[in-house]
Design a protein around this ligand. Structure first.
Ligand SMILES: Nc1nc2c(ncn2[C@@H]2O[C@H](COP(=O)(O)OP(=O)(O)OP(=O)(O)O)[C@@H](O)[C@H]2O)c(=O)[nH]1
Ligand SMILES: [Mg+2]
Length: 241
């Protein structure tokens, strides 16, 4: 066997191991009626800002916690804790995405039992995982969440579904963030409006079931609607068999 095929085998087996662990984690959380949400998107797309606005809008009866993923800082976890919520930081030390084992360890720290897969009454009903800022690898790595939310900010441009289709194909929800930005400089051209219609059309082609929200943490646009959707998801999840 050549070196190259051995490398491919190892990679495939690592992905497979992760997929199996993620499926077990998802089933375990589901059986305990816990909704875990994977928040993905480029660095700076507005994940933490939207998360903080979302947490503020949750009813007090919903016990929520946050797993923060970063290469090497505790900035976002500190911001979440400062706002009064429980957060656990996973520092990947250079790894570009979270995987099910990392998230399982974080859940264990939150009190979900060994590898996040204990039994009995869970300490939280809703867990947000803010993944590493990355539009590529995070889309390919299953962390065991039942709801996958992609974030795309207007300044990133409306061509992203064309260039990074996996993220848009594999997500359940897309949030178009920073709706307060009107014009975006296009590569090699003049400033042009961000074409949300084109994004919707490109996404419909990739993933007809994708639900799309538009939000702005600056003006408040769409925040209540987005939070209401998430609250509905959690309630439905807690009722589901
Ligand atoms: N104008 C505007 N700026 C925003 C909005 N949301 C976030 N920002 C700004 O965008 C920058 C990045 O926001 P974050 O929430 O930290 O983005 P992030 O995706 O969590 O970033 P990473 O965790 O580093 O990947 C900050 O300066 C925010 O203040 C918005 O709706 N409108
Ligand atoms: Mg962040």
């Amino acid at each position: 066997m050549s070196c190259v095929s051995r490398i491919i085998d190892v990679k495939e087996s690592l992905w497979k191991d992760n997929e199996e662990r993620a499926a077990r984690l998802r089933n375990s959380l589901r059986s305990r009626r816990v909704l875990m949400v994977d928040l993905m998107g480029s660095p700076g797309s507005g994940k933490t800002s939207l998360l903080l606005e979302t947490l503020r809008r949750l009813p007090a009866s919903l016990r929520a916690a946050v797993v923060e993923g970063d290469l090497d800082s505790t900035v976002d976890a500190e911001a979440v804790e400062k706002a009064g919520w429980t957060a656990v930081q996973v520092r990947t030390g250079g790894f570009c995405h979270l995987d099910a084992a990392m998230v399982g360890s974080a859940l264990e720290t939150l009190g979900f039992g060994s590898g996040g897969m204990g039994t009995g009454e869970p300490p939280f009903d809703l867990v947000f995982v803010e993944n590493i800022g990355n539009l590529v690898c995070t889309a390919q790595s299953d962390v065991g969440a039942s709801l996958r939310v992609a974030h795309l900010s207007r300044p990133e441009g409306d061509d992203k579904p064309l260039k990074y289709p996996v993220m848009f194909r594999t997500s359940d929800i897309l949030v178009l963030t920073k709706a307060d930005y009107d014009e975006v400089l296009t590569a090699g051209g003049p400033a042009a409006p961000f074409d949300a219609g084109a994004v919707r059309e490109r996404c419909r082609f990739l993933n007809p079931a994708l639900r799309i929200f538009e939000t702005s943490c600056r003006t408040g646009t769409g925040l209540d609607e987005w939070a209401a959707c998430l609250i509905d998801e959690t309630r439905g999840y807690r009722r589901s068999p």
